[in-house]
Design a protein around this ligand. Sequence first.
Ligand code: MG
Length: 359
Amino acid sequence: MRASAYRVPTEVAEADGTLAWSATTIVVVQAEVGDVLGLGWTYADGACAALVHDVLAPVVEGGDGLDVPAAWLAMQRAIRNLGRPGLVSCAMSAVEIALWDAAARLLGLPLCRLLGRVRESVPVYGSGGFTSYDDQQLGEQLQRWVFDQELAAVKIKIGAGWGSRADRDLERVDLAREMIGSRAELYVDANGAYGTGQAVRIGRRLDEREVLWFEEPVSSDDLSGLRRVREAVGADVAAGEYGYHLPYFAAMLEAEAVDCLQADVTRCGGFGEWLRAAAVAAARNREMSSHCAQNLAAHVAMATANVRHLEGFHDHDRIERMFFDGTLDPAGGEVRVDMSGTGHGMTFKEVDAERFRVS
Ligand SMILES: [Mg+2]
């Protein structure tokens, strides 16, 4: 098993309500199983590569390539003293995904068929709209998603400056609405920037603007705050992107904190943990929406009955098209998987990626 980290600069500086960044690190895992190569990745610190080499690979190597859940369990047991949430879970996710990809390739099946396909396609919404964009950059991105790609929903960041620029947030929402008209649903993501009362007040004004999705109006650690916002506003409240294990998702649902549960396959523990989270959500009559890493999430979403959509995140769309052959095209508003392929169908363009390698 090999793991390498790559740091890819953004095209322009990017920011949301609570973070600014100028590069994204992706850790790519390649697992040789029999005569096939499984491919997985996570968006996390390069330290994940060392975790894969030193801690995870030794307990997985030598197992049966088709028993992916057994490999996952061996990793889960091996990391007890390191702690699962955070980087450890990201590293486990990348390995688990690579192993599922390898298993499907060994069997000559598309990955979504091995996972148990329930649908033909999955809707994708456009996600970006950074608070650091000027009006022209925002307009060009929305134009591309709604009018060129015909996506049915788009999401922009609000909560600029840790919620200190609420008037500007609403101005940008108005601008976005003006640009997309009624052609697409409008979503916002505050990345936990607002206080609870502030989020309720802003949420009411978002309702007047027909915003249908209010993501992380307050910190996703504040479950009672999320619930309070959810009860006060019409938009669906969504959170869950920092879920690194099943108890996190169960607690969020138990607290009635979200209308739609988000999970990230490259953080939560991989495809198996995603499906378990989806089962817990289904028990509460909630839908799932995948967070980021859309080309991997598509395959497990195809095997999830209660999935609403995939997040077509701008940064990951760009990196995944640069790094991998066989990425999916969301034109028309949904992705379909090539059912004649094997695994997730993507291959790593290692030569193209080399100039970004950091470990
Ligand atoms: Mg988010």
